[in-house]
Ligand binder design. Sequence first.
Ligand code: CP
Length: 321
Amino acid sequence: MNRHLLSINDLSANEALMLLDTASELRKISDGPMKKLPTLRGLTVVNLFYEDSTRTRISFESAAKRLSADVINFSAKGSSVSKGESLKDTAQTLQAMGADAVVIRHSASGAAQRLADSGWIAASVINAGDGTHEHPTQALLDAFTIREHFPDHQRSFSGLNVAIVGDILHSRVARSNVLLLTKLGASVTLVAPPTLLPVGVESWPVTYSFNLDEVVSEVDVVMMLRVQQERMHDSFFPTAREYSRSFGLSGSRLARIKSGGIVMHPGPMNRGLEISAESADAVNSVVLEQVANGVLIRMSVLYSLLGGVPLVTEMGAVDAR
Ligand code: CP
């Protein structure tokens, strides 16, 4: 596997499945008496966050600690970045502190790639969300969650229909999910107003629709996206009420989802805008499962990038080192 995880394009389908399998094995171990594994003892993971985060930052911290790594949390707010320090100088400072992995979130698309290609640091770089580009560990935890709800699709998502709904234009979650879900064989439909579909979407391996009512009862997975108002420097829909009426997951749309179908949202949710409280808290909403699975997936990624041997040996035994 590649030394960095910058994009879902860094992974073959088999490598992605291996990360999901490793997360499954890590769950079995975590459910046992040994909550903490010694695997990454002596290694240092730096969380380098230039943008706000709750789920991703905390789950990477939790994942690293559960593998016994030392963790340094760096947030741009309150650091020398606010005094004008560059990414290069910050990275070289982390290198001098002995970082073995840097988990970076940045508002600029391509920031993680820049850090990995720069030669400023020797550490593995993990993209925790770069601008509107990608959020690969979110897509992996989403695929892991889907796989758990569709046991007939452990090795392939062929035959599964997924709708990704809402602010596709600004969504790194949508881009990474389109790449991963289609790599695994799923059929993906994007549902959004024309203003919130990216230019060139015709070349993506998806179908798209402007009508949620036509799609919602046809798919196995309804993945709602946050309306990213902080990235909107223009008017993309007439009013919040109008957006919610056309593209929100209301109680009446929730009722039309197939039996066995699930509702996903990467969080944070705008309740009352893209998703009603009733839908967010529904029995078939897996939002909190996504959060819990995020820790397992990030353990799997850190374990795999930082040199962990496969957890399932040829003998079928678990090797927790
Ligand atoms: N899904 C996600 O990336 O959430 P945070 O912004 O809270 O990390």
